[in-house]
Design a protein around this ligand. Sequence first.
Ligand code: HEC
Ligand code: HEC
Length: 490
Amino acid sequence: MKQSSVCRSCYRALLTALGIFVILAGVLAAYGWYKFFREEAQPAWITQDPDMRFKYGSIGAENDAGIPYWIFYVLPRMFPDKLPGPGGYASFGVAWEQGQELPIGFTKKTIGFPRVANTCSVCHTASYRVSEDSNPVYVLTGPNHTLNLEAFFRFLIDCAKDPRFNPDNMMAEIRLVTDLSWVDRLIYRFLLIPITKKRLLERESQFAWLYHPAFPEWGRGRDDAMNLTKYFMIRWPMDDSFGPTDMPSVWNLGKYKADQGMRMNFAGDSHDAYSVVIDSALGLLGAPPKDNEVFLKNIRWMLDYLVAARAPAYPFPIDPALAEKGKAVFDAQCATCHASARTGTIVPVDEVGTDRNRMDTWNERAAREANEVVQKMGITRKGLVEEPLTGYVAAFLDGIWLRAPYLHNGSVPSLKDLLEPPANRPSVFWRGYDVYDPERVGFRHDGEEARRIGTRHDVAAKGGGNQGHEFGTHLPPGEKAALLEYLKTL
Ligand code: HEC
Ligand code: HEC
């Protein structure tokens, strides 16, 4: 009798303890979820305005590729020695609008804690200045010819490798710029800082080719995109290929008709815009999407935005009579590839004669493996072309004035130079300076400021060759001038 009543109270106490434990665990789990996984929508000024959304809207990259906001904030303050120049993140040539907290293409989103990641506009926003003393004009969906992407990648790795990247130093730096709550300080110190360091270091082996002693710098405005895909998406070991290209413009994507045999990316390695947008976004996410439906809704939005976008008009005067003459030259010399059924299709490399390094960074097997990776995520798309690469796509020329430097590898600084035989094209120039040169139709590529801000391009370096595409180079000077005037109108 007595014993069983003892047992009963025992039992009750146990139940109460268990109850308290369950409640505590629940509260703790809820708190943990709140602190690490609660997703807050971005503000309406970003999500409700299409251009703002293109510039700053999250595509979901914060989940796996995001950097905790305060770490991102203090990195350039802690490691100015690892930046390519003075000015913090601006030294990477990002497009930074006045009054904005982050550069274009950088997204801020709270998933538990505020995180910073990237979106398409970091590489796909152009900037130019009409003169040295004017402000930059930003053109969304244009090519970011100033972005020193390789330096940015290296910066993150180099910071993570530095012993100064530790909780004590970093918390001291964070304390100078913000007042975190006691709990958030603990979270940063014991979780976010060590985890971020570890995550960045984990990428080091995939980024090994950035440190390859035999490879030149990509330089501003270039990205070795297919090698990125090879080393990150399908995790191949490093090979000897090296093929940085210019960032392309991504406006007016409706012009690509996959059903007419057109291909996308410089070497025609992808079937259609939907596939390219998916693959680009997966590259930014760095992991399978958390929710395919949400992911594909973002993709659809992005694709519609890019289909509707148009190239901007040339911002300097154009001589209409001269341009009219130039149209006749264009029709005779250029239209067979640039305004015909051939446009958007692949021209064999032997015919166009340009540098083949970019082609050699990718192949049929890589395409097959990358397609399998995406398929395994449960995402259906036409995808990458499972065939050997044979040449380069005959480019659409809309907005060509803003797409300098020219050719897929950005080896020719201006349109005027492109109409010269390769031997007369500049063999060394500086890329990534944003003041426009209406004489040569391209960006200023030499002079004190161009040398100070730009990166040196040597056409003798691997992947940088300016040979080939000799079309129009034999024309008399008058016809070249007319053609140049016409190209400004496209
Ligand atoms: C890190 C820089 C970078 C980011 C970020 C980026 N791209 Fe690109 N994109 C490139 C480069 C470089 C190429 C050219 C690749 C090649 O052919 O070698 C390219 C190619 C493309 C093309 C093909 C253009 C054509 O005319 O064939 C499209 C479309 C595109 N990107 C869309 C996007 C979208 C949408 C996003 C975001 C989801 C995105 N990109 C993110 C650098 C970037
Ligand atoms: C036989 C086909 C063909 C003809 C003819 C041709 N092109 Fe091209 N063009 C191409 C191909 C292919 C590319 C891409 C080459 C590369 O990037 O390596 C290209 C690239 C270009 C580019 C650079 C695009 C960019 O984004 O950097 C310009 C500008 C251009 N062509 C202008 C012209 C002009 C002007 C003419 C006439 C004088 C002309 N082309 C004649 C095939 C042709």
